[in-house]
Every structure is written in C-alpha cells, then in structure tokens.
Design a protein around this ligand. Structure first.
Ligand code: 13P
Length: 249
C-alpha cells in the first residue's frame, strides 16, 4: 500500500562535474526500478542542473530547505515557488543539522511545512533524538514534540501528503545505525501518534523513512520492518554505485 521511498540527502557536497558524473552512472543503473520511489536532494546551486539531468527519468528532485515567504526582502533565502520553478517535488524540512547549527525550531519547521504544501511541494519532515535525549529516556517525548508541533494545523483538507523521516542524531554520519528493532519501535510510535491525532487514513498512508548510516549492507533488514517505508540517506547517496545498491535493496 505504501510505496517505498528512498531519498538521497547530499548535504553540502558535490560540484557540478561530480553531479554530472554521478547521474551518468546512476540513471541507467536504476532506470528499471519501479517498485521504489527515488529522489535526490542536492544543494541549491545544483538544482537547475540536476533538474535537467533527471528530466524524463524515474528520479525526482528535492531541495534541502525552504523559506516560508513567497518573495521579498529576505536576502539569502529561497521560496517554495522558486523550488517548484526549478523542478523540485520534494523538500527536506527540519533536518537535525539545521536544528543544531541554524536555529531551526518546531515552530519554524511548521511554517516551512505549511508553505511547502501550499505550493505543491511534498515536505520530508525530519525528527529524531540526540544521544543525550536517548540516554535520559527522552526519545519518545522529543520525537512526539517534533512530530506534533511540526504538523500542527497541517492536515486541513486531509489530502495533504507529508513524508516523515526518523533520524536519530546519534546515528547520523557515525556509522552507528539504529538496530532494526530500535528503529521500528520509534516508527511504530510515530504511526500511532499520527493515528491518534490525525486519523487512520493519514497514519496508514504516511511514508516514514529511516535515516542515519543507512548503507547497502543494512538497508534490507531495516526495510523489512513493518513501519519503515524508506530511507533518507546521507553519505551512501553520494556515490552512484552505493546509491544504486540502496534503491535496488
Ligand atoms: P548518513 O546517511 O550520512 O548517516 O546521513 C543521514 C542523514 O542525515 C540523511 O538526512
């Protein structure tokens, strides 16, 4: 019922020549993949180029952040219509690196999610606890506030599509993946929260990706969990061969 969805978050990596080389290898390798939705989220400066490269392919384009206003005196920001204009379908919102280094809060996440949806972009909204949260027994409280505050007032018509990504901060870029059971436990908790707060239909159709050291060697076991519907992949999405192995898990 939920089509698996694997997205590459390139973070602040890749120059234009590297992006070109990546897609030269990646697109032919995955052209027959139909059972998994695929997206790549490059830096803003590569969006136009990558949009051209993936045109007419089964690979969709996403951005890594978005501002909530449409236009105006906001030096350095990029708006939802601008992302649509360049060919984005998805946008990552509330990544832990933005929460840690750039002052992102649940309130600003919520504004971005609403603005993205209003302009026809599908948000990939991130949540997840730090190591300190986990050690203090706060995992579920933190994830709950990320999810409920981030999604406050979002499901107005009930038709809105938001992809969620559970990314335990201690697993990002560390090579320490959450075990499939640890991840499943939080994914089931999130789906239950959706059901209690927004109803069964939204709970059942929402894609919940796992992120944090997803690699070709651990993806199959993660994906076999009932509430893990995909992956948000950092490091392993930067090389065409490993990202190919991931989407063909
Ligand atoms: P890594 O796959 O490099 O751990 O990064 C995960 C992530 O933050 C994806 O958004």
């Amino acid at each position: 019922m939920r089509t698996p969805f694997i997205a590459g978050n390139w973070k602040m990596n890749m120059l234009s020549g590297e992006a070109e080389d990546f897609f030269k290898e990646f697109l032919p390798a995955v052209k027959d993949v139909q059972s998994v939705k695929i997206a790549v989220c490059p830096v803003y400066t590569l969006l136009h180029q990558v949009s051209e490269l993936v045109r007419d392919s089964n690979v969709k384009l996403g951005a890594q952040n978005v501002f909530w206003e449409e236009k105006g005196a906001y030096t350095g920001e990029i708006s939802p219509p601008m992302l649509k204009d360049v060919g984005c379908e998805y946008v990552i919102i509330g990544h832990s690196e933005r929460r840690q280094h750039f002052g992102e809060t649940n309130e600003t996440v919520n504004k971005r999610v609403k603005a993205a949806l209003a302009h026809g972009l599908t948000p990939i909204m991130c949540c997840g606890e730090t190591l300190e949260d986990r050690e203090n027994g706060k995992t579920f409280d933190v994830v709950k506030s990320h999810i409920l505050e981030g999604l406050q007032g979002v499901y107005e018509s009930g038709k809105e599509e938001v992809v969620l990504a559970y990314e335990p901060v201690w697993a990002i870029g560390t090579g320490k993946t959450a075990s499939p059971d640890q991840a499943q436990e939080v994914h089931a908790f999130i789906r239950n929260l959706l059901q209690e707060n927004f109803g069964e239909d939204i709970a059942q159709r929402t894609i919940i990706q796992y992120g944090g050291s997803v690699k070709p060697k651990n993806i199959a076991e993660l994906m076999s969990q009932p509430d893990i519907d995909g992956g948000l992949v950092g490091g392993a999405s930067l090389k065409a061969d490993s990202f190919t192995a991931l989407v063909k898990y």
